[in-house]
Unconditional design. Structure first.
Length: 391
């Protein structure tokens, strides 16, 4: 594993750090706690600033309007942007659009790219990725997928019920996972414009944490007619493509979460150094120093696991074990670090002044979305038992 950082990547990382300090963190003061998102006019202004500073869609190849970073370079830059929960969206590299861009770049044909991919990269539209279904449909276990598309001439008739589709309210299109002719083996991805007759965004589901643009939504597809030209990739490629999307998308979550875990501990450090109690500084107490030490160990190991998985993926290797290890470790680390930071900051940590309470609410989803911790443990354990992976 080569961990040297090319000069060009170091420069982009420095730019990302400056953007977070100078633009994103001050803008967090505009965050609307009651509705769980940033005011749109401010977001649009700050997105222009991100473009001006050369930080737009950093993860894409230069030919596609990005910065040409490989996945390790992306880890270095995203972990800086992740220090502010609003910075990734301002730079058009937040979930789900970032993962959807990656997928469309890989699998969309020229016509699909023109209609969906290019406007998404330019930040003109938003998208959603609709996989999860209410029971008994697909959740942690995708083999229980119930959404179905029946072939009818040169169209497919799509019927299904999805939920927790991030960003769907106001999205222009969705990438929908569906069986075909009730065959699980033929599971495919369909590009569905949100003005298609028969499609309903039922509701933005109320959740713990902030919503981000477009919320987390329940969706219905009732006899939605999708032309065969709107199949992403080929019929039957749904699961292969979902692995292409989910591997890197889980890792880019980890990259951003590393940034937020670091920021939380920095907020706590600032407080601990300032606070005087029991004849000294809070930071002088060994019990507090150990909280920082434990956080440093967890953040560092999570980041190294993320870099390792990124390195395997950039070499086109099989990174499933490494991605599961990173996703498990970093999502748990994020939750532990924010919890410790709140504890260190006492009542002030519990308030909205320090933003830790917002991070805390948002972080809980990290242990569930994109595969709960238990599913990743299952995958890791199975691979070890079968001898496919070693210690
Ligand atoms: C904030 C947020 C955003 C999301 N965005 C999207 C999105 O954009 N698109 C989308 O399709 N989905 C999205 N999801 C859904 C997410 O991917 C699912 O929540 C996840 O895959 C788990 O599925 P489930 O919620 O149906 O849990 P279930 O499958 O019902 O599992 C319930 C619980 O069972 C336990 N469990 C699971 N597997 C095992 C095991 N092997 N052994 C023991 N216990 C186990 C876990 O504790 C798990 O939490 C989002 C979820 C959240 C919270």
């Amino acid at each position: 594993m080569d961990l040297s950082i090319p000069k060009e990547v170091e420069e982009i990382r420095a730019k990302a750090k400056a953007f977070v300090e100078e633009v994103a963190i001050p803008a967090e003061d505009h965050y609307d706690y009651d509705h769980g998102r940033m005011p749109e006019p401010i977001v649009q202004k700050l997105r222009e600033e991100a473009k001006k500073r050369g930080l737009w869609t950093a993860h894409l190849p230069k030919s596609e309007g990005g910065l040409g970073l490989d996945l390790v370079g992306t880890a270095l830059v995203f972990s800086e942007l992740g220090r502010s929960p609003i910075a990734p969206y301002l730079c058009n590299c937040d979930a789900p659009d970032e993962g959807n861009m990656h997928l469309l770049h890989l699998a969309a044909n020229a016509e699909q790219k023109k209609k969906y991919y290019h406007p998404l990269v330019e930040g003109k539209i938003r998208s959603g990725f609709a996989m999860t279904e209410p029971p008994p449909g697909a959740g942690s276990d995708p083999t229980t997928l119930s959404t179905n598309a029946e072939k009818d001439g040169d169209h497919y008739i799509l019927n299904g019920h999805k939920w927790y589709c991030t960003g769907a309210n106001g999205a222009s299109f969705l990438i929908v996972m569906s069986k075909v002719n009730d065959s699980f083996r033929r599971t495919s991805m369909f590009l569905v414009p949100t003005d298609a007759p028969g499609y309903t965004m039922v509701q933005e589901i109320g959740v713990l944490g902030s919503h981000g643009p477009g919320g987390h939504c329940e969706l219905k597809f009732e006899n939605v007619k999708v032309h065969e030209s709107q199949v992403l990739g080929k019929i039957g490629e749904g699961f292969r493509l979902s692995q292409e999307r989910l591997g890197p998308a889980r890792l880019t979550h980890c990259m951003r979460w590393i940034g937020l875990a670091r920021r939380s501990m920095e907020i706590a450090r600032e407080y601990a150094i300032k606070r005087e109690l029991f004849g000294g500084k809070l930071s002088d107490h060994q019990g507090i120093q150990w909280m920082f030490a434990e956080s440093a160990l967890e953040i560092e190991s999570g980041f190294l696991l993320t870099l390792k998985a990124a390195d395997i993926l950039r070499k086109n290797g099989d990174a499933r074990q490494a991605v599961s290890l990173a996703k498990w470790q970093v999502s748990e680390t994020l939750n532990k670090c924010i919890d410790r930071a709140i504890q260190i900051c006492g009542s002030h940590g519990f308030s909205r002044y320090l933003k830790l309470e917002l991070f805390y609410r948002d972080a809980r989803a990290a242990r569930i979305a994109d595969g709960p911790t238990e599913t990743h443990k299952m995958v890791i354990g199975r691979n070890l038992m079968s001898g496919k992976e070693n210690f």
